[in-house]
Structure formats: structure tokens, C-alpha cells
Design a protein around this ligand. Structure first.
Ligand SMILES: NC(=O)c1ccc[n+]([C@@H]2O[C@H](COP(=O)([O-])OP(=O)(O)OC[C@H]3O[C@@H](n4cnc5c(N)ncnc54)[C@H](OP(=O)(O)O)[C@@H]3O)[C@@H](O)[C@H]2O)c1
Length: 293
């Protein structure tokens, strides 16, 4: 398949591009800078120059492709306005990509987050979380999913909050930097809250499987570790950095505090059984052994 990928130079996207190329697909990669274009080319993709706001570029990229994987996001948490702009940009870009595919039965694979369900691991059938400042992201993905009834083989891959590779990435990947600055490897609450995680290379395999085989309107969970206790995560980081491991006030993490404090295990049983996805790369706790002082 010729696949148009946005965000193909990111942590997850670069793994997705490598996975697609390794499995005989060709990749058109949206790239917004010379450096990204060079990286995409080196990975075996054809760069398509443009940014998420260039809707005509997105339309043309999707028109040239047999399928689309949409991963780009501006990730600008510097202010509520900046975040709202990033969400609006993503919403418009996803709508444009979806429109281009209507009536073609071509796949549109989108990315979202695993939902938080109090007291149990969330599953693929739980609804998308639409609250809070990034709730609009879920609504954009749900609108993409609704295109299943209009001839788009749309499917959503929900990621745990920590997608890691070589000890970096995702929410857990922020903790070593905070620990370096504060000289404490902290955790909010009693640290018994559980976070799900996946290695980027395992997530990439699931994106390929969803592209190749998922039915229209389906949702999948790229969850390898159902839930690692936050104090176990902090303990490894503390040992690697040689700093004490201690409970800290939730405010230490600013606006991310409530997210860090939440117990949010998630399951991928349905995904594994249906798509035959089996993660094989290091777990988060194994991967954090790569954190360097
Ligand atoms: N990492 C995680 O733990 C995690 C967890 C849940 C969900 N997700 C979601 O998964 C997706 C990919 O995440 P990631 O960790 O791979 O992100 P990342 O490493 O930050 O990469 C972001 C990618 O998007 C591109 N991009 C950003 N803004 C763009 C714009 N305005 N126009 C065009 N390209 C743009 C970047 O291109 P450049 O190379 O030019 O910068 C890069 O390829 C995102 O939607 C993210 O929110 C990630």
C-alpha cells in the first residue's frame, strides 16, 4: 500500500514509518522542515512538504495514497490558548483527510488516548474521554470514526499516556527530567496508581495491523503494560539518577498533576485476540533502565 503518514518523524511516527517500509508499504510523509524531510527520506519515505495547517497539501497527500495514518500533533501545552489552537488545527486536518477518503473504502488510522475508568482497566469498548482541554482531540477522532458509514475504513488506535523508546517518551519520560531538576524522584499520592504503557516499536506494529486489517469504525488499544505502579516507575528513576524516591504534592506537576495522580490501567485483550498483536519489546520498567544520570 502507498500510505500517507502525518507525524512520521515523531517518536511514534518514525517507528510507524520504519514498520511500514519493512513490510513492503511505501510511505508519503508530511514534513514541515528540511530536517524532517531529510529524516523521512533517510527512513525510506517520500517527503511531502507542508504542515498540518496546509489543508490542500493534506488533501493532495491523501489523494495520492491507498491509506492514511494521522499522528501529527503540535503538542503545544505552553498556554490554554496554544493548546486550543493545536486541537483546532488537528481537528481541521483530520476532517480534511477524512473528506478526501469518503466513498473510497480506503483506511484512515487515527490516534487517541486510552480512557480512564475508575476502579478497573479500560477496554476498547469504553467511550472516548471528551472532557478537559484535550477533549476536542477525542471528538475529532470520533468524527473520523463516524466516516465508517460514508465509505472510509476509519479506525482509531488508542495509546496509553506513556509511549516509550529507550527510556524516553510519554508522561513517564517527563519524570527523569523533573527528578534531575528537583533532585527527588517523586510521585503524587501513595504511588499505587497504575499507568499503562507501550514501547513505540510495539505500537508501530499495531498501527500497521490496523491499517492492513481493521474493520471500519473500530477502536484498538496499544497497551503492552496494563498498569505500572507510579512508585515503581519513580523507584527505577531514583536509582538510575542516584536521587531519593519520595511522595510529593500533586501540585509539583502543575496542570499535569491530576493526570499523574490518576489510576488509569487499560487492557488490550480484545486488540490482541482480534488483530493478533503481541508486544515483544521491553516493558516501561525495563526500558527505564536506559535512563542516564
Ligand atoms: N508519546 C506518547 O506517549 C503519546 C501518548 C498518547 C498519544 N500520543 C499521540 O500520538 C501522536 C504522536 O505522538 P509522538 O509522541 O510520536 O509525537 P512527537 O514525537 O511529538 O512527534 C510529533 C510529530 O508531529 C509532527 N508535527 C507536529 N506539529 C506539526 C505541524 N503543525 N505540522 C506538521 N507536522 C507536525 C512533528 O514533525 P516535526 O518532525 O517537524 O517536529 C512530528 O513528526 C500525537 O498525536 C500524540 O499526542 C502520544
Amino acid at each position: 500500500m502507498r500510505v500517507f503518514v502525518t507525524g512520521g518523524t515523531g517518536l511514534i511516527g518514525s517507528a510507524v514509518v520504519a514498520e511500514l517500509v519493512a513490510h513492503g508499504h511505501s510511505v508519503l510523509a508530511l514534513t514541515r522542515s528540511d530536517a524532517s524531510a531529510r529524516a523521512a527520506q533517510a527512513a525510506g519515505a517520500e517527503p511531502v512538504r507542508g504542515a498540518l495547517a496546509d489543508l490542500e497539501v493534506l488533501r493532495a497527500g491523501a489523494a495520492r495514497a491507498d491509506g492514511v495514518i494521522h499522528l501529527a500533533f503540535a503538542n503545544d501545552f505552553s498556554s490554554p490558548e496554544a493548546l486550543a489552537n493545536a486541537v483546532a488545527e488537528e481537528t481541521a486536518s483530520l476532517a480534511t483527510l477524512g473528506e478526501e477518503l469518503i466513498g473510497s473504502d480506503r483506511p484512515l488510522v487515527t490516534v487517541s488516548g486510552t480512557p480512564v475508568v475508575p476502579g478497573r482497566a479500560s477496554t476498547e469498548t469504553d467511550p472516548f474521554g471528551t472532557d478537559g482541554p484535550v477533549g476536542g482531540r477525542s471528538r475529532a477522532v470520533m468524527a473520523g470514526g463516524a466516516l465508517a458509514s460514508r465509505g472510509v475504513r476509519s479506525t482509531a488506535v488508542r495509546m496509553p499516556r506513556t509511549v516509550h523508546n529507550h527510556g524516553t517518551g510519554g508522561f513517564a519520560g517527563l519524570l527523569p527530567n523533573i527528578a534531575r531538576q528537583t533532585r527527588i524522584s517523586g510521585y503524587p499520592g501513595d504511588g499505587s496508581q497504575r499507568w499503562p504503557a507501550v514501547h513505540a516499536l510495539d505500537a508501530a506494529i499495531l498501527f500497521r495491523l490496523a491499517l492492513e486489517r481493521a474493520e471500519a469504525g473500530t477502536t484498538w488499544h496499544a497497551v503492552a503494560d496494563e498498569g505500572d505502579r507510579v512508585r515503581d516507575i519513580a523507584a527505577i528513576i531514583g536509582r538510575r539518577l542516584g536521587v531519593p524516591v519520595e511522595p510529593v504534592p500533586v501540585e509539583t506537576y502543575g496542570p499535569l498533576g491530576p493526570i499523574f495522580a490518576a489510576d488509569q490501567p487499560s487492557s488490550s485483550t480484545h486488540t490482541r485476540e482480534t488483530l493478533g498483536w503481541e508486544p515483544t519489546h521491553p516493558s516501561l520498567l525495563e526500558d527505564l533502565e536506559n535512563v542516564q544520570p
